[in-house]
Structure formats: structure tokens, C-alpha cells
Design a protein around this ligand. Sequence first.
Ligand SMILES: Cc1ncc(COP(=O)(O)O)c(C=O)c1O
Length: 157
Amino acid sequence: MLDIQKIRADFPILSQKVNGKPLVYFDNGATSQKPQIVIDAIAQYYQEINANIHRGVHTLSQLATDAYEVSRGKIQNHINAKHAHEVIFTSGTTHGINAVANGFASLLKVGDEVLVSALEHHSNIVPWQMLCERTGATLKVIPMNEKGELIQSEYDT
Ligand SMILES: Cc1ncc(COP(=O)(O)O)c(C=O)c1O
């Protein structure tokens, strides 16, 4: 069983009270809180090896590049990706989905359909809307019922 107090203790920001109550934070889709081990790693990076990656020949740049690529490999294992180069770092979800959507621009044409669900955050709707406007493809939205569930019969083929 998960020891919630032990997990909470890893996140220093959760030790404070907000409105007189222990902080409970749910807005992880927008910004996730960082455990102490991540805060320490970020501080150590800036204190010891901060430099440009993949385009410097000096020592710090080499160290930063190595650390960057080691983290790519760790994420590859974590998400079970076949190749490390499948892991691409972006500034966030909106940036990432725009990159994917733009990659489809030359492949879509009038008559094609792009399917999204009514449950998506704007970051997973607007890039597809813009792609459809550019290419003439049609955006279809899977509706949800009053319980917030997707209505599967609406998108069965
Ligand atoms: C649920 C959810 N998904 C996606 C996003 C978009 O994330 P990003 O800011 O990384 O583009 C947000 C941002 O607020 C969000 O709250």
C-alpha cells in the first residue's frame, strides 16, 4: 500500500499550509511539483555543469551533453521506447503536440478526418483545429455523456 505521508515528505512544497490546511496540489497537467531529489539535481546542474548541449567542445558542454543524453536513455527505459532517439524534449505539451500536428501537414488533404475527444485539454485540440484549417481536413470530436465518459458508439467504424 502506498505510504502517502512518505511520498508527500519527498515534496518540500507540500509541507506548507494554504488557507490553514495542508497543501493538496492537483494542477499537475499544467505544472508538476518537484521532489527534493529533482530540486537537488537541477541545482547541481546549474552549480556544476550548466552549458550548451550538442554544440560546444569545451568541458562543461561535454558534461552537459552527456547528462542530457543519459537522461534521454533513462526516459527511454521508463516509457519502454524502442530507441533513445524516440525521446524528444519539448518545452511542454502544447509545443510537443504542435510539432506532431505540423508533421502531418503535408500528409493531410480534403476528405481526411482528424479525430479528437471532447475530453481533451485545449493543447490537444487547437493544434488539430489549425492543421485542419490549413489542409482542408475535417476535425471530428468524439462526444461524451453526462458522466464524462466518451460515447464509444459515436466513433466505432
Ligand atoms: C490538463 C492540461 N493538459 C495540458 C496542458 C498544456 O501543457 P503545457 O503548458 O505544457 O503546454 C495544461 C496546461 O495548463 C493542462 O492543464
